[in-house]
Design a binder for this molecule. Structure first.
Ligand code: SF4
Length: 361
């Protein structure tokens, strides 16, 4: 924007400003402040084609935010020559995925308020069903709550705020601090289990100073001045960068021969950025080695090296969290499992899967 302003002051033709202008306040502020004459929106219109109309009518809280994740747009162009969007399953396939109103209204219980549960509740309500969404914690958002903590992931929290505003506007019955138990599903025509995933954990010896990525991101655990992140996938790399921003010395210990290897396909722009930022920000990486033990501040690696660290943070993936799976299967009239509870993936697949299921009930 500063460069657009300099151009505007220098030349006599309209100036168009583009790139990450997704925040509606920032975009309209740029016009008001004379930074440019035109705002160009690309990805934000994939995330919400009604962006401009909502901005014009003052409904900015209902603009579905682009996450700048590249997963559904640039990533899918790269892998499949298909343009889509992680947060908008209807983008570029509007006709095939148009909502078909429910022929028979059903009472649906959605168990879990992560993105999959929220998306299922949204789509079901739009189609005419009556939805109760139960979340056992006091917040909607699930894994996006820790995931959106790093400054460069703040859009994840914007998506959660959008779901909160959208579901409230539709009068979806959202029940926070409500844990569903077997037996609670009586009276519902259908049940969707969207209870998410939980981090994989294991012991290296000193469990008191071994934390999960979510613990550290949410500020429940202090990693100290030196830490080792076990696992060089997306979560581990993003956590390492976040901790470097806070001045923590960070090692990444990755068993494979390259970081981010298990997250492929990953949009090349994201992969290249992370691979360059990790050394640039001073994160020290050990690949092709595993952690053997962690005791008294000494993390022993399979290579024979010992790292002196205050803590160890496990970022070795997630596993499906569905303790109610069998009980609900027996009791529910119509039963579906979605999101990470079905198969651990990412935001896009959680939203898309929930959208598909909710479109068919
Ligand atoms: S896939 Fe991600 S980056 Fe691309 S338009 Fe959708 S939300 Fe934005």
């Amino acid at each position: 924007m500063p460069y657009a302003k300099m151009m505007k002051e220098t030349v006599g033709v309209p100036i168009l400003c583009a790139g990450r202008m997704d925040n509606p306040d920032m975009a309209s502020g740029a016009l008001d402040d004379g930074v440019c004459d035109i705002i160009s929106l690309g990805r934000p219109l994939l995330a919400d084609p009604d962006y401009v109309n909502k901005l014009r009518t003052g409904k900015t809280s209902l603009i579905r935010p682009c996450l700048s994740c590249q997963e559904g747009c640039m990533g899918r162009i790269q892998e499949y020559s298909a343009l889509n969007c992680a947060v908008n399953p209807q983008a570029a396939r509007e006709r095939a995925t148009r909502f078909i109103p429910a022929l028979q209204k059903k009472y649906v219980l959605v168990v879990g308020g992560g993105v999959a549960g929220c998306e299922a509740a949204r789509v079901l309500t739009l189609r005419g069903h009556e939805v109760t969404l139960c979340e056992k914690s006091d917040l909607l958002g699930g894994n996006l709550i820790p995931g959106g903590v790093p400054s460069f992931k703040e859009d994840d929290h914007a998506l959660v705020r959008w779901y909160v505003a959208t579901l409230a506007g539709m009068n979806v019955k959202v029940r926070l601090k409500t844990e569903v138990r077997a037996g609670d599903v009586k009276g519902y025509d259908a049940v969707i289990l969207a209870s998410g995933s939980r981090p994989k954990i294991f012991s290296l010896g000193d469990d008191a100073h071994t934390y999960t990525a979510a613990d550290v991101l949410e500020g429940k655990k202090d990693p100290g001045k030196n830490t080792a992140v076990i696992g060089g996938g997306l979560v581990g790399c993003e956590l390492a960068l976040h901790l470097r921003e806070k001045g923590v010395e960070v090692f990444i210990v990755e068993a494979l021969d390259h970081i981010l290897k298990l997250n492929r396909p990953l949009c090349h722009a994201n992969a290249e950025m992370l691979e360059r930022l990790i050394p640039y920000k001073g994160v020290k990486v050990r690949t092709g080695v595993t952690a053997k033990s962690f005791r008294e501040g000494r993390l022993a690696l399979s290579s024979g090296e010992t790292l002196l660290v205050d803590s160890v943070i496990l970022a070795v993936g997630y596993t499906e969290n569905r303790p109610l799976y069998d009980a609900l299967a027996e009791e529910a009239n119509e039963y579906y499992v979605t999101g990470d509870a079905l198969r651990v993936a990412n935001i896009m697949y959680a939203i898309w899967n929930a959208f598909e299921i909710a479109s068919g009930i």
